[in-house]
Ligand binder design. Structure first.
Ligand code: CP
Length: 308
């Protein structure tokens, strides 16, 4: 694999290969010497044109654990603010002998545009990792989510998984559905109001539910999503209270799921909007382990792109 741009179309054995490679890397955290030499001498550029806490930081930790030199471009103080185009920025960073770009962008397809440009300008020795583009894809989030499910549930073939909330604007949901389908999860439920579901979502192989209690009945995994207010205009935007009443995950709604169901959230969470604190901090929540697994999974992805 040259770039990681999307989960869609990624073969099952590649996904499983990444999950397998990540497993021993989770154990590095407990060791005195946490570093591997995989990316020694390589320069990884973090280009985050949209805000991030978890993804940017765990990519930085992951690259440093692989001994890369990590450069975090501060977009607000970069020449992007003076009108420099994305591709001019790419060419200039390539001229600084970049080996890998980790990119988050508000425009769907921006990482693909970068990858095509690198190929067209014979610079495709530089790898591109999509760290979230618009509403389109967030492949490493989906991979760390699959790692988390496998860690807690062992197998995929016997699971019922519910994805709940603002599916329409969620790059995370799209990538999760592709990953769960490829890994053979037999039942994926999309729980959301009609206004927050993409048209034709059923064609992705999911069962749509508008009633949350009904949708959660008997599920093994609950994957919550944030209301993406920044991608909505007035008419579409539900009030936080209305949304919480119907689609907020509370202990009584969660009681419909299996007693050993796990609760996931990619973050950032809006407590009291899509999730109650009693659930977010409760015994079934695996939200913080998801973040920790993100380091090993991102190490595995960068290692794989570098040919390891
Ligand atoms: N899950 C996720 O992408 O979080 P950040 O926006 O903090 O990176």
């Amino acid at each position: 694999l040259q770039h990681l741009l999307t989960i869609e179309g990624l073969p099952r054995d590649v996904i499983i290969g990444i999950l397998d490679a990540a497993r021993p890397l989770t154990e590095l955290a407990g060791q005195e010497e946490k570093k591997l030499a995989t990316l020694r001498g390589k320069s990884v550029f973090n280009l985050f044109f949209e805000n991030s806490t978890r993804t940017r930081t765990t990519f930085e930790i992951a690259a440093k654990r692989l001994s890369a030199d990590v450069i975090n471009l501060n977009i607000n103080t970069s020449s992007t603010a003076k009108g420099e185009t994305l591709l001019d920025t790419v060419d200039n960073l390539a001229a600084m002998q970049a080996d890998m770009f980790v990119v988050r962008h508000a425009t769907s397809g921006a990482p693909h545009l970068m990858a095509r440009h690198l190929a067209a300008t014979r610079q495709d020795h530089i790898h591109v990792v999509n760290a979230g583009d618009g509403r389109h894809a967030h492949p490493t989030q989906a991979l760390l989510d699959m790692y988390t499910i496998r860690h807690f549930k062992r197998e995929f073939h016997n699971l019922t998984v519910a994805i709940v909330g603002d599916i329409l604007h969620s790059r995370v949901a799209r990538s999760q559905i592709h990953a769960l389908t490829t890994l053979g999860v037999p039942e994926i439920r999309a729980i959301a109001p009609k206004t927050l579901l993409p048209t034709g979502v059923e064609k992705m192989g999911v069962r749509v539910c508008h009633d949350m209690k009904e949708g959660l009945r008997g599920v093994d995994v609950v994957m919550m999503l944030r209301l993406q207010n920044e991608r909505m205009s007035g008419a579409l935007l539900p009030s936080a209270q209305e949304f919480f009443k119907s689609y907020g995950l509370t202990p009584d709604k969660l009681a419909q799921a299996k007693p050993d169901a796990i609760v996931m959230h990619p973050g950032p969470m809006n407590r009291g909007v899509e999730i109650d604190s009693a659930v977010a901090d409760g015994r079934q929540s695996v939200i913080l382990p998801q973040v920790t697994f993100g380091i090993a999974v991102r190490m595995a992805v960068m290692g794989m792109l570098a040919g390891n």
